[in-house]
Design a protein around this ligand. Structure first.
Ligand code: FES
Length: 165
């Protein structure tokens, strides 16, 4: 029974907003809250840190070895996954990408240690402790000038292959 004549559907103008029942309003508010939360979550996902590997225009790069580099000590060119060594027989480069699952190994006094699952390698790349299934590969190095070398990260060479020092 309609007591107020203004409450009848006929009395309301087409432009008057229809009153929203409380339950519908709460439902809509919940949907909007969920949509807003999903939007913020998506924004957070898009801002997650990217992989630490930088895209490189070329696998080949030039490096200048310090004249004072002691024999048997690794030289790590910045932003490259390579360690260079100088010894009595010449200069060689070892990849620092772990042969287990591809983490970058850390150069230590006794060789390389992988921070991911504990593999250890000698300075020549040989596996000292697993789970790495094989040695760190040696990479192609060529001498370009006095103290200047070109390393090709995309080309492996047989173990023991050195460039002239
Ligand atoms: S990636 Fe190096 S031990 Fe697993």
């Amino acid at each position: 029974m309609i007591t107020n004549p203004k409450d009848s559907a006929a009395a309301r103008s087409r432009l008057d907003p229809e009153p929203i029942p409380r339950r519908d309003f709460l439902g809509l508010a919940a949907v909007w809250a969920a949509a807003t939360a999903a939007l913020f979550a998506l924004g957070g996902i898009l801002r997650l840190p990217k992989a630490a590997v930088l895209p490189s225009p070329s696998k080949k790069f030039r490096v200048v070895l310090p004249e004072t580099l002691p024999e048997g000590e690794a030289f790590l060119p910045p932003r490259r996954s390579v360690a260079l060594f100088r010894d009595a027989e010449g200069v060689f480069a070892v990849s620092t990408i772990c042969t287990h699952l591809g983490c970058i190994v850390k150069a230590e006094a006794d060789g390389f240690h992988c921070p991911c699952h504990g593999s250890a390698f000698a300075k020549d790349g040989a596996v000292l402790r697993g789970p790495a299934p094989k040695a760190l590969p040696w990479l192609a190095v060529t001498r370009e000038g006095s103290g200047i070398y070109v390393v090709d990260e995309g080309k492996t060479v047989p173990l023991g292959t050195r460039a002239e020092a």
